[in-house]
Design a protein around this ligand. Structure first.
Ligand SMILES: N[C@@H](CCC(=O)N[C@@H](CS)C(=O)NCC(=O)O)C(=O)O
Length: 282
């Protein structure tokens, strides 16, 4: 299996959830991810949905907390949840901050030292991981979607907007939609990408949607009681950008919900349905 190592496996909703590690040529070290294969995967190839997690997460948070497996089994979708950064790279200070370095790869290809030797999460998500999944799991490569939460919502939007031929449906929970304009994004981009802010634009969903658009409706859920909404997430910047270019956007402000997985679990069924319908149409 291509150097894939199965770390642990669990039966779930009639299917199986596996945690894997593999040597990544893109990130120059071991990377981990989780895959849920619903029962239908034993019979035939299925569409696949990538979930990118937020700051501080590993490949486990989504699988343990979102409650997605029930709906993946219902719709016949394979779920893939990668880790949020390289780990144990030996780069000095990688574990010092919760919003930078380990657990905070921001789904960019770092160009700055010392991060660039390992922190290549954009290429990992759009190239190495899909190739590895296609080689080892019963997926339909023409039916791939992507979604994510917070930093992972930013990653999902950027990966889909830049690669609509790979990721044919996209949605997000509480995404960072304008990283060039918020403290989390500015901190990460200045250190991963350097001070030339022109290079940041390629990783800003609100800029990208104006330049590139997307071929189908984007679904976003955002809690109104999310403590990160006004300073970090800046949801309205993306709404305005979509409006300016007539990009179909289903932005749902969910009253009283915060930033947690309790919020994600409340709306996960709608997101899997959104992807199942979009990918089924292909
Ligand atoms: N550590 C941060 C919060 C980090 C956070 O909210 N992380 C989100 C993603 S941005 C998450 O999913 N955390 C892991 C979890 O809830 O399982 C704080 O103290 O405010």
């Amino acid at each position: 299996m291509n150097n894939l190592k199965l770390i642990s496996e669990y039966q779930s909703f009639g299917g199986k959830l596996g945690f894997y590690s593999h040597p990544s040529s893109t990130c120059n070290g071991e990377m981990r991810f989780a895959v849920y294969q619903p029962p239908q995967a034993a019979e035939k190839p299925l569409p696949v949905l990538y979930f990118l997690s937020g700051l501080t997460c590993t490949e486990e948070n989504f699988m343990a907390k979102a409650g997605a497996q029930r709906y993946a089994a219902e719709y016949g979708l394979i779920l893939v949840a990668p880790d949020t950064s390289p780990r144990n790279t030996g780069i000095a200070g990688e574990d010092d901050e919760w919003d930078f370095g380990t657990g905070a790869g921001f789904y960019v290809d770092a160009t700055e030292k010392p991060w660039r030797s390992h922190y290549q999460m954009y290429s990992y998500i759009v190239q190495e991981l899909p190739a590895l999944i296609a080689a080892n799991f019963p997926i339909q490569p023409e039916k791939q979607g992507i979604f994510g939460h917070s930093m992972g919502g930013h990653g999902a939007l950027v990966c889909a907007l830049r690669n609509p031929h790979i990721f044919k449906s996209v949605s997000a929970f509480a995404p960072i939609v304008a990283p060039i304009g918020c403290p989390w994004g500015q901190k990460a981009f200045s250190r991963y990408l350097g001070n030339n802010q022109a290079s940041w634009l390629a990783y800003d969903a609100s800029e990208l949607v104006k330049q590139l658009g997307y071929h189908s409706q984007i679904l976003i859920d955002q809690g109104t009681s999310d403590k990160f909404l006004t300073e970090q997430l800046l949801t309205d910047v993306f709404a305005q950008a979509c409006k300016a270019v007539n990009q179909p956007l289903n932005l749902r402000y969910q009253a009283g919900y915060d930033h947690s997985y309790y919020f994600i679990a409340s709306f996960i069924a709608d997101h899997l349905r959104h992807h199942a319908i979009s990918l089924e149409k292909l």
